[in-house]
Design a protein around this ligand. Structure first.
Ligand code: SF4
Length: 250
C-alpha cells in the first residue's frame, strides 16, 4: 500500500508569548502565501508561498506540534493557545487543516487571523475546527477594495456572511488607514453589513503602522508610499459610529 507523506507547510515565524491574537498567552504561527497585495502591507515576506530572501521554512505538522508543545503549560495556565496567521493561512488549506486537527488532539485552543479570501469549500472545514476566528474587512466597496488590495471583496464578504451564520466566536478586524478606508461612509456600510450578526464578538480597529517597510528593500520590492493611522477625535468618531450601529468596539 502506498504511504502518503504527512502534509508540510511553509511558515515565516512562530511568535511565542503573543498576547494580542486571542485569549491568554499564545503562539502565533505566521504562514506564507497571500492572494492579496494590500497597499499598506507590513508583511510582504508573507506574499510568496515559498521561502525567499531568508524568510520562511518548511516543516511538517509533527515538527510544528513539537515546537508548540514547549509552551503548552503556558497555554493551559493562561487560557491561551495557538493562532494561525499570515499572510493568509487559508492559502495552505491541507497543511492548516492537518495542523488544526493535531492542535485539537494536543488540547490547544485554536484561533485564526484570516482575510477570508478563499473558496468556501476549502475554508468551511477549517472554520469548523476553530474555537475563535479573527477576520479582516479592509473596505466595503468592492471596486475600492480591488484598487487597494488587488482583489474585489465579493468572495470575502460572502464567506464572512456564511461564517457568521455558523460560528459562535467571530471578531471582525479593520486595518484602519487614514484617507484609505477611514471615511464615515465605509464604516456605516460595515455596520449595515454586520447588523444582527449573533456570532459577532465585536469589531476591532487595527491602526496602520509602518514597521514592515525595511522588508520591502530586503525582498527587492518597491517601497510603498507612506500611510498614516487615523488619530484622536476622528478615530473616536469612527468608534462611535460602530456603537451607534449596534456593534461592540473591542
Ligand atoms: S492580507 Fe495581510 S498579508 Fe496579505 S497583503 Fe494584505 S496585509 Fe499583507
Amino acid at each position: 500500500m502506498l504511504e502518503t507523506s504527512p502534509p508540510s507547510g511553509v511558515i515565516f515565524q512562530i511568535q511565542r508569548w503573543s498576547l494580542h491574537d486571542g485569549e491568554g498567552i499564545r503562539s502565533t504561527v505566521f504562514m506564507k502565501g497571500c492572494p492579496l497585495r494590500c497597499q499598506w502591507c507590513a508583511n510582504p515576506e508573507s506574499w510568496s508561498a515559498r521561502p525567499e530572501a531568508g524568510f520562511g521554512f518548511s516543516l511538517t505538522v509533527d515538527e510544528l506540534i513539537a515546537k508548540l508543545r514547549r509552551d503548552a503549560i503556558f497555554y493551559r495556565e493562561s487560557g491561551g493557545g495557538v493562532t494561525f496567521s499570515g499572510g493568509e493561512p487559508l492559502a495552505q488549506p491541507v497543511f492548516l487543516h492537518a495542523a488544526l486537527e493535531a492542535c485539537g488532539e494536543a488540547g490547544f485552543h485554536r484561533a485564526i487571523e484570516t482575510g477570508a479570501y478563499a473558496p468556501w469549500e476549502k475554508a468551511a472545514p477549517i472554520f469548523n475546527l476553530l474555537e475563535e476566528v479573527f477576520v479582516d474587512i479592509k473596505h466595503m466597496n468592492s471596486a475600492r477594495h480591488k484598487e487597494l488590495t488587488g482583489k474585489p471583496n465579493t468572495v470575502i464578504l460572502r464567506n464572512i456572511s456564511r461564517l457568521l451564520e455558523r460560528h459562535d466566536n467571530v471578531t471582525v478586524r479593520v486595518p484602519l488607514v487614514a484617507g484609505v478606508n477611514d471615511d464615515e461612509a465605509n464604516i456605516r456600510a460595515l455596520c449595515a453589513f454586520l447588523q444582527g450578526a449573533q456570532a459577532l464578538r465585536g469589531v476591532e480597529f487595527m491602526p496602520y503602522h509602518n514597521l514592515g517597510v525595511g522588508k520591502y528593500t530586503r525582498l527587492g520590492l518597491p517601497v510603498p508610499p507612506p500611510h498614516a493611522a487615523p488619530q484622536g477625535r476622528h478615530l473616536e468618531k469612527l468608534k462611535d459610529l460602530l456603537r451607534e450601529g449596534g456593534l461592540t468596539v473591542l
